[in-house]
Write a protein that binds this ligand. Structure first.
Ligand code: GRF
Length: 206
């Protein structure tokens, strides 16, 4: 069975979407572990309630060693790492060993409103401030940059005149929950073909 690790920093609603999809057999995967870089993350509770192994690697404590510690936990044990609201930047050997095997979800249509310092509600504040009429979410592979890796899929939502950052965030989050499951499904079935930075649905190039 296709094995995944999910990395979180907060509420874990995207993790919950993955857990539900596995439990309802919409995803033929097993969530081997959940790793949080914050001790109080609610997502840890969601994992524990579903008997998923959890690890807390506090980013204040592990600092520069965080990626190496994560690698120690998952090396050889998972096929894919899913960053679901994980706020630390991964680097080093972990990125090399898991090239095209780490995905992230971001709450905007990349390349808009992304990169370092663009996370959480700030993304939606920036989108409303700019006056875009459409926003959305992006699932992409993770490379050395921040939100720069090849795009797997995007989902758009309309922006309304009376939107607040919070209302836009909520509308996009609903799409994220579908998008993250769809992306993991495509990858687990080997249906993605990666051609430089372009990702197409088709046969895998493994
Ligand atoms: C989501 O908007 C995700 O795109 C972003 O952080 C948020 C995490 O939400 N990277 P949750 O923890 O999955 O509820």
């Amino acid at each position: 069975m296709f094995k995944i690790a999910v990395l979180i920093s907060g509420s874990g609603s995207n993790l919950q979407a993955l857990i539900d999809a596995v439990n309802y057999k919409k995803l033929n995967c097993s969530i081997e572990c959940v790793i949080s870089d914050r001790s109080g993350a609610f997502g840890i509770k969601r994992a524990q309630e579903n008997n998923i192994k959890t690890y807390v690697l506090d980013k204040e404590e592990y600092k520069e060693r965080l990626s190496d510690e994560i690698l120690k936990i998952i090396d050889g044990k998972v096929d894919l790492i899913v960053l679901a609201g994980f706020l630390s930047i991964l680097k080093g050997e972990l990125l090399k060993k898991f090239k095209n095997k780490i995905i992230n979800i971001h709450p905007s249509l990349i390349p808009s409103f992304c990169g370092s310092k663009m996370y959480g509600i700030k993304v939606h504040e920036a989108a409303l401030e700019y006056g875009v009429k459409i926003s959305g979410c992006t699932v992409h592979f993770v490379d050395e940059g921040t939100d720069t890796g090849p795009i797997i899929l995007q989902r758009a939502v309309c922006v309304y005149e009376n939107d607040t950052p919070k209302s836009l965030q909520e509308r996009i989050l609903k799409e994220e929950h579908r998008a993250i499951v769809d992306a993991v499904d495509l990858i687990s079935k080997g249906l993605l073909r990666i051609d430089n930075r372009k990702v197409w649905v088709g046969e895998s190039n493994d």
